[in-house]
Every structure is written in C-alpha cells, then in structure tokens.
Design a protein around this ligand. Structure first.
Ligand code: AMP
Ligand code: MN
Ligand code: MN
Length: 353
C-alpha cells in the first residue's frame, strides 16, 4: 500500500474539520461500498461525531447485518433533503463517478456541502470531491478505509473489523480475483485477530439467494453464446427473465463471473436489460484484456478486469456498441502459451475488480 499521501493527509483534515457526516456509496451497493460505510460510520461515531449512511438503493438482505452497528437509510426525497440540510460534510465511498450515487447526485446539486471521495476505481481518477483519496492499487475501498482509520489513530473494534472483512472478501471474490495480493491477505489476517469467523461471515453473505435467482442464472447461462473462436462469452438477460423468476430489481451479481471458468475464454459480456430500453453491461476479463476502456469510453468504468456501463437503447444496440471493440481487443492478443494443451493448470489468473 502507498505511504500516507497528501490526499490522505487532506482527508484527515477534512474529518477533523467536520462533525455531522453523511456517507454514501454507489447504486446497487455491494459488500465493499456497504462495509466501507459501516466501518467509516463507526470510526466517526467513536470520535464523538455523527454519521448516517444514506444510499440510493435498498440494503440487500445479504448485507443487512452491517446495519447492526451503523445507521443506514434509503433515499427518500424529504428525508434526503433533511439529511443534507443537517450534514456538514459528505463522504462518498467506493465510487468516484458522481452519477453512480444515483438520486443523491441531484440533492448534492442543491446543497453546498463539502465532499470527500474514498475509492479504488481506475476510471474517474480525479474524483468529484474537495478531497479525493483514490487509490486504484487497493483491492477494495475497505482496504483504504482500514489504512485511514489506523492512520487517524482509531481503534479497530470487532464490529469495524467485521465490516472491513466483508468489504475485502466480497471485492476480491473471496480472495480469488487478480486484485488479491499480499496486502489483502495481511489485512484479512489482521482483521481475523479481532475474533471474526470467516466461514460464518462468508455464509452470512452468500446464503440469501432465492431458488428463482438460481433458475434465472440457469436460464441465462444455458443460452450463453461463444464468439471469437470461444474466446468471448456473451450472456443476455431481459425484463421477462427477471419477471418470470420473481427477481426484485435486476440482481445479476455474480452471474457474469461464472463463464470465466470456461477453458480458453478471454472475456465475458453480460447485457442485462434491467427495464425496457435500459441495458446494464457488465464485462469481465480472465486477465489478459483490459475491459475498463470499453466501458469508460461510453461513460461507465470500473477496473481493468471488471467493468460496467449503463446504456440506453435495445440489447442489440448495446451489443453493437460493445462487442466490436471487445472482439478487436481479443483479436490483438498474442496466442496463449500452451493453448493447444487441452488439460493443465490455468494459464492466467482470473481477473478481478
Ligand atoms: P458490475 O459489472 O456491475 O459488477 O461492475 C463491475 C465493476 O465496474 C465494478 O467495480 C463497478 O463498480 C464498476 N462499474 C459498473 N458499472 C459502472 C458504471 N456505470 N460506471 C462506472 N463504473 C461502473
Ligand atoms: Mn463496489
Ligand atoms: Mn470496491
């Protein structure tokens, strides 16, 4: 991890200067966004400050346990207006793209409240805060929050350790993705000294799916397309799929990661039509193609091996905007060493976020 940077010093001054904090994260929040909010809120409260996490999207059941020790609220126009009126600072976690905080972005427009951004995405490297701690080498935003709390002289309580472990575990795909490094493992080991049960936490997060969700995965996966001589997998989901399996919202989390296990695959693209005319594109790489550039050109972004963008239009239009570029990136790759060997160890690490 980088040594304490000027931006980190500015962040600590930002925290010292303010007392009533509003925390937020990206739409469809994940374990990293929510765990980072919970940990940050607990650290601020321990300093006698006030902290409320206000998000555009509802808390997924898998992460509801994080709200035991921190106040979480879902966007609702009047309450949001009131919270912004009362807060004297905002901390945005796990996104540096202003649009990804959803409806909170419009409320921000009406309130001249200072903002600090803490994030690890490569795409919007400058951030939109007065202070921007954006460190793309961190495997999770929770890793940066962990460093910030310790730099700030804070105590890692068992509850903070739990929230940060969830952030790290989820964003590294349970320590499988290419962002898993010695720093991530060292942090995990240190967090476990606070009495966490990694098996129980993993089960806690990964035992909330409905049977319908798996049937939905099955239906989408059974129609997967193999393009570019088997190097590109394309998946499509449509509003009818979501509806048929009784899925609330368009929860595809984890689906796009599965075809990375197919031998010879370089990239996976999921075109998920979350509502008619609105297509969420998720791209994954198995380690050799950089997919963030394909999404950032269209206003989205993410990480080198995991990126996304929300596009207006039909699935066919979304495919036409994404697939030619993805195919040409794949075509430009040198052949895989030993690609002709049918059985053997995996050649590349699986790409991560
Ligand atoms: P997803 O495919 O939604 O799991 O996203 C993969 C990665 O790309 C995650 O790290 C997201 O934070 C990021 N990402 C997804 N959609 C967008 C977007 N519209 N803009 C910027 N980053 C995104
Ligand atoms: Mn995230
Ligand atoms: Mn993250």
């Amino acid at each position: 991890m980088t040594p304490a940077s000027a931006e980190r010093a500015a962040f600590h001054e930002f925290i010292a200067r303010h007392r009533r904090f509003l925390l937020t994260t990206h739409i469809n929040p994940d374990g990293d966004g929510l765990g980072s909010e919970a940990a940050m809120a607990m650290w601020l409260e321990a300093q006698g400050k006030q902290a409320v996490a206000l998000n555009d999207s509802v808390m997924p059941p898998a992460f509801a346990f994080l709200a035991r020790h921190a106040a979480f609220e879902v966007y609702e126009p009047e309450a949001a207006e009131r919270h912004f009126g009362e807060a004297d600072a905002v901390v945005v976690l796990d996104t540096s793209n202003r649009q990804r905080i959803g409806r909170l972005a419009q409320v921000l427009d009406r309130h001249a409240v200072p903002i600090a951004v803490v994030d690890h995405h490569v795409t919007h490297a400058r951030g939109f805060g007065q202070v921007n701690v954006i460190e793309a080498e961190a495997s999770a935003t929770g890793e940066i929050v962990y460093d910030l709390i310790r730099e700030g002289g804070g105590t890692i309580t068992p509850a903070i350790a739990e929230a940060l472990y969830v952030a790290l575990m989820t964003d590294t795909g349970s320590f499988r993705y290419s962002n898993t490094d010695s720093h991530a493992h060292r942090m995990a080991a240190e967090l476990l000294t606070h009495g966490l049960d990694p098996q129980a936490l993993h089960a806690q997060v990964h035992s909330h799916a409905s049977a319908g969700r798996l049937r939905f995965f099955g239906e989408v996966l059974s129609a997967l397309e193999l393009l570019a001589d088997g190097r590109l997998v394309v998946l499509e989901a449509n509003p009818e799929h979501f509806h048929r399996h009784g899925l609330e919202g368009a929860d595809t989390d984890g689906l796009v990661d599965l075809p990375r296990t197919i031998a010879g695959v370089e990239a996976v693209a999921l075109f998920s039509e979350v509502e008619p005319g609105k297509v969420k594109v998720s791209l994954r790489s198995t380690g050799r193609v950089s997919v963030d550039q394909v999404c950032s050109r269209l206003g989205g972004g993410g990480h080198v091996h995991a990126a996304g963008v929300l596009l207006r239009g039909s699935r066919a239009e979304a495919r036409a905007r994404i697939l030619p570029e993805l195919m040409s990136l794949i075509d430009a790759l040198p052949p895989r060493a030993g690609a002709e060997a049918p059985a053997g160890p995996p050649i590349t690490k699986s790409g991560g976020r």
